[in-house]
Design a protein around this ligand. Structure first.
Ligand SMILES: Nc1ncnc2c1ncn2[C@@H]1O[C@H](COP(=O)(O)OP(=O)(O)OP(=O)(O)O)[C@@H](O)[C@H]1O
Ligand SMILES: [Mg+2]
Ligand SMILES: [Zn+2]
Length: 734
C-alpha cells in the first residue's frame, strides 16, 4: 500500500472503498462509518493530529483503531483504565486484531512476551497506562519500535478542574517532543469547548483538527425528581420500570454506596457495591460481574464507570447530586450504548444543595478553584430546577442547539413556574430578622419551622414564637417551603455556611427584599410515573420486537453466546452484541456469506463463530447448547429465556460450513494489499488463541464472579494482584 493512497482516502470515498473502509468492513463487520468517524480516521491516517469530542458510546475507539491498522507500525493507546485493558484487548483479539497491553497485572514474563512482540512488529495496538508510558524504560522500548500513532483516550483526565483528573496525564506532552512526526489523537466524551481548549493546550495539540460531534443521546430519557425518601424512590423506580435490567446507581459517599447496595439486595434487586475504599480484588470482582452477568446493578461512587463499554446498561440513577453537568452527562451516558431505550433518573433535594455548597466552602484550593467548583454546581442546579426541556438545556451547556425533545420529564410532564417573590421575601426576611434582632443564624429546617409556625424545642428555647415572622408562611406546607429554600439556594438568593449549614443572605437577597427583584420558582408536577413517561425511543432497532418464533431463536442464540463467552472467559458482548443476534434471528442467514453480511460480523468472527451460529440456527446443536448453558449457569446468559416458542424450520445450508468458509473467499485471503492486516489475520487465528494476552503466559487476570463458576484457573486465586498503577479517583471527599 502506498502512502499516496493512504493520504487521500476521503477523495476516494464514494467511488471505491478506501483502506479504512475496507478495514471497517472486513475486520469489524460494519457497513459504514458513523458521523465524523471517516473524517477523523482520514486525518490520522494522513499523519495529522486530532482532538475528538464524541459522546459516550459514540464510537471513538474505531477512530484510532482503524488508523493503527492502516498505518505502518503499532498504535500506542494511552488509557487510565488498567482494570479494563484485558477486556479491551479481548474484544480486539476477537475480531483478529493483534492487540496487547503492558501493566502491573501481568507477570514479568508476560510483559517480556509483549515487549518481544512489539519489537518484532507483531502488534497492531498496545495499551499502556500513562504512569507506565512515562517511565524512561518504556520510552526507550518505544524508541526501538515503529509507532503508527499515539491515541490518548479519556483525554479529559488532563483537565485539572475536571472530575477525573489524573496528574500523570500532564506529562503526556512529552510524546510530541520525543516523537514529533507521529500523529496523535486525543479523545474524550467530555464536551465543553473549555475542556477541549484545556486538553489542546496541556497536551500540546495546538495544530490538531477538532472534531466535535453532536452530543445528543436520543435514546436516553432524562428525569430529575424531588427527593424525599431516596432509597425507596430508587427501589420503586427500578422495580416498576427496570426490573431485571443492568444499571448503575451513583451515590456520593462510600458509606451510602454500601448501604444502598445492601438495601437493594434485601429488596430483591441484585446489587454490588463499588468504591475506591474496597480492596482491589473486590472491586475487580464486582466490576467483572457487572460486565459479564445480565441484570446486575452496581452501586458506586464516581470511581466506577469510566471506560465501561457494556452496551446494555438500561438505567443510570443518581441518588445524590453530581458536582457538575460534565460529570452528570458522562455518568448518564453509560446507559444505552446499544441505542436501545434507557433512563437517566435522579432524585435531588434541599440537603443536596446544602451539602454541596458546604463541601465547596470547606474544599482545599484557592479562591479561583472554589469559584470554579461553584460555577460547575450552579450549572448542575440550573439543570435540576429548569422548567425547560432537560435535553435542550444539556445540549446548550455543551454549546449545541436542540429542540424540545419529547423524551425527558419536563417535556412529558411540564412543570409550571410560579411567582415566588412573596414566598422568597418571607423566607429571606426570616433569615434577616434572626440575624438582626437576635444575632442568630440557623439551618433550613429551623427556618421552615418558623415560617409554618411549628413549635419545636429550639423554637421554644429561643422564644422564636415572638418573632414577627413566626407562622407567616402557613399557606405552604413543610415540603413546599423546603422546595422554595432549595431553589433560593440554587439561584444564589441564599447562601449556606459552616458545619451546621446555616443560611445567610447574599447581595442578591437584598435585591429581592428591598429592590423589587422578582423570583420565578418551579412547581413540582405530580410525580412522573412510568405510564406518563413511555419508554424512550430507540435510535437503532435493537429493542424492536421480534416475531414470536424469532424471539425463541434469539434466546437460543443468547444461550449459545453465553456458553461460548464463558468458554473463552470474555463478556458475552465481546462475542456478539444483542443487536447482531437480533438481526441474525430475524434474517436467519443460511450460509456463511449471508451471515457475514450482518452488521458486527467481520471476517474473524465469521471464521470463529460462523459454524456455531449456523448450527444454532439449524437447531442441530442449538438445543444442546441451550441446555448446556442452563445446566452450567442455571439460566441462559444469567437470566431465563424470554420466550420458549418453537423455532420455525430453517432452510438447509447450501454449503458445508467451515471448509466452505475457508475456500469461499469470505474468510480467505483478504482483498487487501495491506500486509499487516494479512499478518494480523494469521496471528489472530482463533484456534491458536490471541497472540499477546494468551500466548505463552498465564495471561488472564480474571476474577471469579460468585454467580458464574470460575471459568479457568488463574494465578490470582489466593492473592490479589498488584495494583500500583491503578489509582481510582479519590472519592473520600464525598
Ligand atoms: N461505524 C459503526 N457502525 C456500527 N457500530 C459502530 C460503529 N462505530 C462504533 N460502533 C459501535 O459503537 C459502540 C461504541 O463504540 P466505542 O466503544 O468506540 O464508544 P466510545 O465513543 O469510545 O464511548 P466511551 O466514551 O464510553 O468510551 C461499540 O459497540 C462499537 O462497536
Ligand atoms: Mg471509549
Ligand atoms: Zn425534553
Amino acid at each position: 500500500m502506498t502512502s499516496e493512497t493512504l493520504e487521500t482516502p476521503s477523495a476516494q470515498s464514494g467511488v471505491e472503498p478506501d483502506a479504512a473502509q475496507q478495514v471497517l468492513r472486513r475486520v469489524f463487520g460494519y457497513e459504514s462509518f458513523r458521523g465524523q468517524q471517516h473524517d477523523i480516521v482520514s486525518q490520522v491516517i494522513g499523519g495529522g493530529d486530532a482532538l475528538v469530542l464524541m459522546p459516550t458510546g459514540g464510537g471513538k475507539s474505531l477512530c484510532y483503531q482503524i488508523p493503527a491498522l492502516v498505518r505502518p507500525g503499532v498504535g500506542i493507546v494511552v488509557s487510565p483504565l488498567i482494570a479494563l485493558m484485558q477486556d479491551q484487548v479481548d474484544a480486539l483479539n476477537a475480531v483478529g486484531v493483534r492487540a496487547a497491553f503492558l501493566n502491573s497485572t501481568q507477570f514479568p514474563d508476560e510483559r517480556r512476551t509483549v515487549e518481544a512482540q512489539l519489537l518484532a512488529g507483531e502488534l497492531d495496538l498496545l495499551y499502556l497506562a500513562p504512569e507506565r508510558l512515562r517511565l524512561e524504560s518504556t520510552m526507550q522500548l518505544l524508541d526501538r519500535a515503529k509507532i503508527a500513532l499515539f491515541a490518548i483516550d479519556e483525554a479529559h483526565c488532563v483537565s485539572q478542574w475536571g472530575h477525573d483528573f489524573r496528574p500523570e496525564y500532564l506529562g503526556l506532552s512529552v510524546l510530541h517532543e520525543r516523537w514529533p512526526t507521529v500523529p496523535r489523537i486525543a479523545l474524550t466524551a467530555t464536551a465543553t469547548e473549555k475542556t477541549a481548549a484545556e486538553i489542546a493546550e496541556r497536551l500540546d495539540l495546538g495544530a490538531a483538527r477538532h472534531f466535535v460531534s453532536s452530543f445528543d443521546r436520543p435514546n436516553i430519557q432524562y428525569r430529575i425528581e424531588p427527593k424525599n425518601r431516596g432509597e425507596q424512590q430508587l427501589l420503586g423506580f427500578i422495580s416498576t420500570e427496570h426490573a431485571g435490567d443492568a444499571g448503575i446507581v451513583y451515590c456520593l459517599s462510600r458509606n451510602s454506596v454500601e448501604k444502598t447496595a445492601e438495601f437493594l439486595s434485601r429488596n430483591g434487586v441484585e446489587a454490588v457495591p463499588y468504591h475506591a475504599g474496597l480492596d482491589a480484588r473486590t472491586r475487580a470482582t464486582n466490576q467483572s460481574r457487572f460486565l459479564r452477568e445480565d441484570g446486575l446493578v452496581v452501586v458506586a461512587t464516581i470511581a466506577f464507570g469510566m471506560g465501561i463499554d457494556k452496551p446494555d446498561v438500561r438505567f443510570v440513577a443518581h441518588l445524590d447530586l453530581p458536582k457538575s453537568v460534565e460529570g452528570y452527562y458522562q455518568e448518564t451516558g453509560r446507559a444505552g450504548r446499544d441505542g436501545a431505550a434507557s433512563t437517566a433518573w435522579m432524585v435531588y433535594g434541599l440537603n443536596d444543595v446544602v451539602q454541596q455548597r458546604k463541601m465547596i466552602d470547606s474544599s482545599e484550593g484557592d479562591a479561583a478553584h472554589r469559584r470554579q467548583l461553584q460555577l460547575h454546581l450552579d450549572a448542575m442546579l440550573a439543570l435540576c430546577e429548569t422548567v425547560q426541556c432537560r435535553r435542550t438545556q444539556l445540549l446548550a451547556y455543551f454549546g449545541q442547539q436542540g429542540q424540545p425533545c419529547g423524551n425527558c420529564d419536563t417535556c412529558l410532564n411540564p412543570p409550571e413556574s410560579w411567582d415566588g417573590t412573596v414566598a422568597a421575601q418571607k423566607a429571606l426576611s426570616t433569615v434577616l430578622r434572626l440575624k438582626r434582632e437576635r444575632g442568630q443564624s440557623f439551618g433550613a429546617g429551623h427556618i421552615v419551622d418558623i415560617l409554618i409556625g411549628k413549635s419545636n424545642p429550639k423554637v421554644v428555647q429561643h422564644k422564636h414564637t415572638e418573632l414577627k415572622v413566626f407562622g407567616v408562611g402557613a399557606e405552604l406546607r413543610d415540603v413546599e417551603w423546603r422546595g422554595v429554600i432549595r431553589q433560593l439556594l440554587a439561584q444564589g438568593l441564599l447562601a449556606v455556611h459552616g458545619d451546621y449549614g446555616v443560611l445567610t443572605l447574599t447581595e442578591a437577597s437584598e435585591e429581592v427584599l428591598f429592590k423589587g427583584r422578582t423570583v420565578a420558582l418551579r412547581r413540582e408536577p405530580e410525580r412522573t410515573t412510568a405510564a406518563k413517561a413511555p419508554r424512550a425511543k430507540a435510535s437503532r432497532p435493537v429493542a424492536a420486537d421480534l416475531a414470536p418464533a424469532d424471539a425463541g431463536l434469539f434466546e437460543r442464540l443468547r444461550a449459545w453466546r453465553a456458553t461460548t463467552a464463558k468458554e473463552q472467559g470474555v463478556p458475552a458482548y465481546v462475542v456478539f452484541h444483542d443487536a447482531t443476534l437480533r438481526e441474525i434471528a430475524s434474517r436467519k442467514p443460511s450460509t456463511l456469506s449471508e451471515l457475514g453480511g450482518i452488521s458486527g460480523i467481520g471476517e474473524n468472527k465469521l471464521t470463529k463463530y460462523g459454524a456455531g451460529v449456523l448450527d444454532t440456527l439449524a437447531g442441530e446443536q442449538g438445543e444442546s447448547a441451550a441446555e448446556g448453558s442452563r445446566a452450567r449457569t442455571g439460566s441462559s446468559d444469567g437470566d431465563s429465556p424470554r420466550a420458549a416458542d418453537p423455532v420455525s424450520p430453517l432452510p438447509v445450508r447450501d454449503e458445508p460450513r467451515a471448509d466452505a468458509a475457508r475456500q469461499s473467499g469470505v474468510t480467505g485471503q483478504r482483498p487487501t494489499s495491506n500486509p499487516r492486516a494479512a499478518a494480523s489475520r494469521d496471528a489472530g487465528s482463533p484456534s491458536r488463541g490471541a497472540p499477546a494476552s494468551r500466548g505463552a503466559a498465564p495471561a488472564r487476570r480474571q476474577s471469579s464472579p460468585a454467580r458464574t463458576p470460575a471459568a479457568e484457573p488463574h494465578p490470582w486465586n489466593d492473592e490479589p494482584p498488584p495494583d500500583w498503577d491503578f489509582e481510582p479517583p479519590p472519592d473520600n471527599m464525598y
